[in-house]
Design a protein around this ligand. Structure first.
Ligand code: AMP
Ligand code: TRP
Length: 327
C-alpha cells in the first residue's frame, strides 16, 4: 500500500544541474519507493518565458535522459509531458475563476519575472501558478517535492484548492510541499541560487574535465584572499557541495580543520572536490551514455506516461465538471 500520491514538474531546461538534482530529482527518486509518483515535463510553463520554442524537443529529451539516468523509473512512476494531457488546460481555466488577481500579482515569483523580462509580461506568466496548481490538483497529489524557490507557488496552490473546495465541494486535494535536505543550492558564484540562466551551474552530465574547469571558478570564503589567510568552511560553497559528494566524512572534517588553519589552499581543495564530484557522478554518466544509444526509448516512455496520466486526468476532470455544474 502506497502512502499517497506525489506530483512534481520541471520546465524542460535541457541538461539538469546539481541544483535540480539536490533540490528535486534526488527526492523524486527516493519517493518512488513509498508513493505513487507522477513526474511531468512542464512544456506549457516553459512557453511563458521561452523564445526559442524549437528547443523544447531537445530540452525535453536531454532532461528526461538525466531523470532516467538519475534513477527515475518509468515502470514505477508516470513520466510524461504536460501538453500531452490537455485536460490540465481545462482545469487551469476553471481554477482561474476562483483565483483573485491580487493573489497572482503579489507573488514574489511573478514580480521577479517582470523584472527579468519587462518586455514580455504576458498573460500566461501571471497565470503560471494557476497552471501549476492545476497540474498538482489534476493528479490529486498530496505531496510535491520541490526546491525552496517553489514554496510560494505551493502555498498558492493550497489556497486555490481550498477556495475551489469551499465553493464546489471537497473534490481536490490540498498539497504539501516536500523539501529535500538541500532545498537551495548555491551556484559557482557562492551567492545566487544555482541556475542555468545565470550560467553558475554544473551539469550532472558534465565530463570530468568540464567539472574541473567549472569547479576551479568557484567562489570560496571571500574573506580568504591569500593562501595564508584562514578561512571559514561554514560559509564556503565548495565545502558545502563537497560534503554532499564525498565518500569520506572524515576527510571533509579534516579539510574544514585545514581551512580554518590555512593549511590547505582553496585551489587544492577545489581540485580535490572536482575529483570526488567526477567520481561520484561516474555511474550517472555511464547510465546516461547507455540510455543515449536508444533515443526512441525516451519518447516511448513519455508516450506511455501520457497514456497513464490521461486516465487519472480524465477522472478528475469529470468530477470537477460535475461539481461546477458544467453540462
Ligand atoms: P526548474 O528547472 O526551475 O523548473 O526547477 C526544477 C526543480 O529543481 C524545482 O523543484 C526547483 O525548485 C529545483 N531547483 C532548481 N534550481 C535549484 C537550486 N539551485 N537549488 C535547489 N533546487 C533547485
Ligand atoms: N514551477 C516549477 C518550476 O519552475 C515547475 C512546475 C510546474 C511544478 N508545475 C509543477 C513543480 C507542479 C511542482 C508541481 O520549477
Amino acid at each position: 500500500m502506497k502512502k499517497g500520491r506525489v506530483f512534481s514538474g520541471a520546465r524542460p531546461t535541457g541538461r539538469q544541474h546539481l541544483g535540480n538534482y539536490l533540490g528535486a530529482i534526488r527526492n523524486y527518486v527516493a519517493l518512488q519507493q513509498d508513493y505513487d509518483c507522477v513526474y511531468c515535463v512542464v512544456d506549457l510553463h516553459a512557453l511563458t518565458t521561452l523564445r526559442e520554442t524549437h528547443e523544447l524537443r531537445s530540452n525535453t529529451y536531454e532532461m528526461v535522459l538525466d531523470w532516467l539516468a538519475a534513477g527515475m523509473d518509468p515502470s514505477a512512476s508516470i513520466i510524461f509531458v504536460q501538453s500531452q494531457v490537455p485536460q490540465v488546460t481545462e482545469l487551469h481555466t476553471i481554477l482561474s475563476m476562483v483565483t483573485p488577481m491580487g493573489w497572482l500579482m503579489r507573488l514574489p515569483t511573478f514580480k521577479e519575472k517582470v523584472r527579468q523580462q519587462p518586455d514580455n509580461v504576458n498573460y500566461g506568466l501571471l497565470g503560471y501558478p494557476v497552471l501549476m496548481a492545476s497540474d498538482i490538483a489534476l493528479y490529486k497529489a498530496d505531496t510535491v517535492p520541490v526546491g525552496e524557490d517553489q514554496l510560494p507557488h505551493l502555498e498558492f496552490a493550497r489556497e486555490v484548492v481550498r477556495r475551489f473546495n469551499a465553493q464546489f465541494g471537497p473534490i481536490l486535494i490540498e498539497p504539501q510541499a516536500k523539501l529535500s535536505e538541500v532545498p537551495r543550492v548555491l551556484g559557482l558564484d557562492g551567492v545566487n541560487k544555482m541556475s542555468k540562466s545565470l550560467n553558475n551551474h554544473i551539469e550532472l552530465a558534465a565530463s570530468p574535465e568540464e567539472i574541473e574547469r567549472r569547479v576551479m571558478t568557484m567562489v570560496t570564503d571571500p574573506a580568504r584572499r591569500y593562501r595564508t589567510d584562514v578561512g571559514n568552511p561554514d560559509i564556503c560553497n565548495v565545502q558545502t557541495l563537497h560534503r554532499l559528494f564525498s565518500g569520506s566524512p572524515e576527510r571533509i572534517e579534516e579539510i574544514a580543520h585545514q581551512c580554518r588553519h590555512a593549511s590547505i589552499g582553496c585551489v587544492a581543495h577545489k581540485r580535490e572536490f572536482a575529483r570526488d564530484l567526477a567520481n561520484a557522478l561516474a555511474p550517472f554518466r555511464e547510465r546516461r551514455a547507455e540510455l543515449e544509444r536508444d533515443p526512441d526509448k525516451v519518447w516511448d516512455i513519455l508516450s506511455d506516461g501520457a497514456r497513464r496520466a490521461r486516465e487519472i486526468a480524465t477522472k478528475t476532470i469529470a468530477e470537477v465538471r460535475e461539481a461546477v455544474g458544467l453540462p
